[in-house]
Design a protein around this ligand. Structure first.
Ligand SMILES: NC(=O)c1ccc[n+]([C@@H]2O[C@H](COP(=O)([O-])OP(=O)(O)OC[C@H]3O[C@@H](n4cnc5c(N)ncnc54)[C@H](O)[C@@H]3O)[C@@H](O)[C@H]2O)c1
Ligand SMILES: O=C(O)C[C@H](O)C(=O)O
Length: 333
């Protein structure tokens, strides 16, 4: 077991995702079964009692990997010495709402928490923003924490990526472990583009294995795009266990590296130019990435057909709109 505990922050820790995520982190699902953890749990004063309850349960679970808990409503205390920051704190949308409708509440949170992270987190802290609108919240955090390297601020599109894997598995009957290299391009929203053109199932191209382009270009895309809303309609609550599991996948691959010949999808700040498939520099956009030595790299040289180009640009356009909306909200604060 490595001697030095990794300090993992979960904001919104008294909420649904926090409650699903904390045990997975303490069991090693994020960083490995031999990596000790100190959990930093942050919520707001109205949830303080509930947060204390979560901390009590984590103690009661007697996790061997859990070496300490910092449960607090003080954002500065929560961020002190943090190595991995999972930003879940924020307000979920309800049935019939678009994710960007919670923007006004969540944008203010991310502006505020950016400076606490920048001031108190460890150098090299890796950040993944979960709270919606995830891409735009991450961009705001990055903009207001200029000392945190831009490549260290990401947003969660791994849940969408995993949803796409799951749909291909269901459609083909192949185990999900035999499905790989799907792509989520763009915004974690209904404009996201789930792309199977470079993916494989049991070693075969997905398009050949399924042999139904109308399904892959229609129902498959819609199902992945709308899955969040479908879960809210079914649960009357937004996704939690699948989001928590995907957060662990996102961070594990980022820290420990993606498997050879496999990529994942992460929302990252576009470097612009051809290496970013022409996506405007500075947009927080989901790309196919491989990870090694704690760094992500956008998968180069994928052939993009006209249909894909149109869908990639449409989700980029939404991200530009959200960015402008967020800037207006912040200017008015
Ligand atoms: N990106 C994704 O794939 C994905 C998936 C699922 C949910 N989400 C989003 O994650 C967020 C959390 O979802 P949830 O189901 O856990 O919601 P929830 O309402 O159950 O929990 C949110 C928690 O955040 C806390 N909070 C609010 N403001 C805060 C602040 N300033 N600092 C710290 N904590 C704060 C609340 O008190 C609450 O405990 C929502 O925005 C939801 O839309 C994103
Ligand atoms: O859809 C939501 O609002 C929650 C989350 O973004 C999801 O995709 O499940």
């Amino acid at each position: 077991m490595s001697p030095t505990p990794v300090h993992v922050l979960i904001t919104g820790a008294a909420g649904q995702i926090g409650y699903a995520l904390a045990p997975q982190v303490c069991r090693g699902a994020m960083l490995g079964a031999d990596v000790p953890i100190v959990l930093h749990l942050l919520d707001i004063p109205p949830a303080e009692a509930s947060l204390k309850g979560v901390a009590m349960e984590l103690t009661d679970a007697a996790y061997p990997l859990l070496k300490g808990i910092v449960a607090t409503v003080d954002v500065d205390e929560a961020c002190k010495g943090v190595d991995i920051a999972v930003m879940v704190g924020g307000f979920p949308r309800g049935p019939g709402m678009e994710r960007k409708e919670v923007m006004s509440k969540n944008v203010a949170i991310y502006k505020g928490q950016a400076s606490a992270l920048e001031t108190h987190a460890n150098a090299g802290c890796k950040v993944v923003v979960v709270a919606n609108p995830a891409n735009t919240n991450a961009l705001i955090l990055s903009n207001y924490a200029p000392k945190i390297p831009k490549e260290n601020v990401t947003c969660l599109t791994r849940l969408d990526h995993n949803r796409a894997l799951g749909q291909v598995s269901e459609k083909t009957g192949a185990p999900v472990s035999e499905v790989k290299n799907v792509i989520i391009w763009g915004n974690h929203s209904s404009t996201q583009y789930p792309d199977v053109n470079h993916g494989e199932v049991s070693g075969m191209p997905i398009r050949s294995a399924i042999g139904d382009d109308a399904y892959l270009d229609g129902e498959f895309v819609k199902t992945v795009q709308q899955r969040g809303a479908a879960i809210i309609a079914a649960r009357k609550l937004s996704s939690a266990l699948s989001a928590a599991s995907s957060v662990c996948d996102h961070v594990r691959d980022w820290v420990n590296g993606t498997a050879p010949g496999t990529w994942t999808s992460m929302g990252v700040v576009s470097p612009g130019g051809d290496d970013a498939y022409g996506i405007e520099e500075g947009l927080m956009y989901s790309f196919p990435v491989t990870c090694a030595n704690g760094r992500w790299s956008i998968v180069p040289g994928l052939k993009i057909d006209d249909r894909s180009r149109g869908l990639m640009d449409a989700t980029a356009a939404e991200l530009k709109e959200e960015k402008a909306m967020a800037e207006e909200l912040i200017a008015a604060m």
